[in-house]
Write a protein of this length. Sequence first.
Length: 551
Amino acid sequence: MTIIRTLLLLVLASFSASSPARTQESSKASLVPHLEQRGSATQLIVDGKPFLVLGGELHNSSSSSLLYMAPIWPRLRAIHLNTVLAPVSWELMEPEDGKFDFSVVDGLIDGARQNHLRLVFLWFGSWKNTYSSYAPEWVKRNIDRFPRVQTSDGRGTERLSPFSQENQKADSHAFAALMRHIKQKDGDLHTVIMVQVENEVGVIPEARDHSAAADKAFSSPVPQELMLWRRQHSASLDPEFRGSWESAGRKESGTWSEVFGKGPLTDDLFMAWHYARYINTVAGAGKSEYELPMFTNAALMRPNYQPGQYNSGGPLPHSLDIWRAGAAALDFFSPDIYLDNFAEWSQKYHRPANPLFIPEAVGEAVGAANVFYAIGQLQAVGFSPFGIDGTASSSSPERPEGTNAALAASYAVLEHLASLILEKQSEGAIATVLVEGESQRAGRLSLGNYTFTAVRSSSADAGKRGAAMFLEIGPDEYIVAGSGNLTITFSPNTPGPPIAGIASIEEQILQDSNWIQRRRLNGDENGQGQVLRLESTALPAIFRLRLYRYR
């Protein structure tokens, strides 16, 4: 009887484990937006399918007013966005200690749904652009409970200290409440697909916090978990991070100055570790409630700037190893790129285990070209120009940016090609050439059996940015799209006949919300079978290019 009873219990347990309720719960969990490695690319999966973020970030205060946002939503969808990056501020969500108001959060979700848009929420909690101006008033006023970063001469700053457990606890409690509410409101529909935790953290005008807690931590041993990470990842460490350790004598233990040397770079690395640990706790509290992909972003440094002149301690390329060691709850780290050398900076963040996502960037014609490079060359999860809702000086939503036409054209093309782009990202069958800067006149890439060269079409285009994206759909066949005025030539790069010619170019355009085939380009339009020309026009265009080879 004992054996029979045991067998019966095992059968019942097996039935319970595979019951419809459990299967349904498992299925729901798998549909929660998440990152997934697909072939050679890490992609964002939304509702079970790869999703390409064609985004735009609102100005800092726009999302604080649902009335302000009402006329904005349809305009954003009209320029072919599929995702809006919207700030959620701690001060509005928790106006009194422990009392939450989610009306703005709910209104943003409802507004996005009504306009068929997704959301990436930006948590402006302890820090936004180094400052703590989005913290609630009850936090700001109580400096004894919520201490600040201090300068070396003892002055306080408008920044919550990352060395305070009380600061961290309050932020974590609020962020956990936000994520719990998002799950309750949106857990089945997935309007919200990712969350940014804090914004452009770091210390200025000095390289580190000089509060008593910070000074004590700085003179204490470097945490062994960081040193273990360094040893385990020694082959892939950032050269500047590795160099600071090697120059200080390759020590395996000691204070921050002993292990990494004396100077502002060590102050930067020190702050990076403590910001990372703080934000890891905040993000972890949120993920325990609703496990959406989470990231934080970096304000980049200008040439020759020193820590303190830039946001010291932020997730910059030289400190990404520290951030990865200290903030495992974050899925990746992102650059906010406003500098001209877009390709160089985006490459610095396109690393193993750190998929590229650009939450802030220049828009207009510059962004219209850069988005092709990020998505087509670096397999980016997405791209998002800042201030998508209007000019920075505008106090009225009736004054949108007047130069979104180029970005809208690029987004229209990328929206149409999104499923093919995601497929080719995973196959490694997509590439983009970006021509940027005053000195660069041409760019070159190889894809499949051909090498492509893109040159600015005329002297009038000098200094203007251009990008051409290629998707290989057959041995001699490509889909080509881009932005700017470029003339593209091609040559074989595999054994066989040495000359490449055009078999055909089919042009598709977007007209009256429909993609139609307009022309077969030949003769003067393709240089008698020798070139493909991309031109900036009001009509978004895609080209199907078929090549052949001869002697």
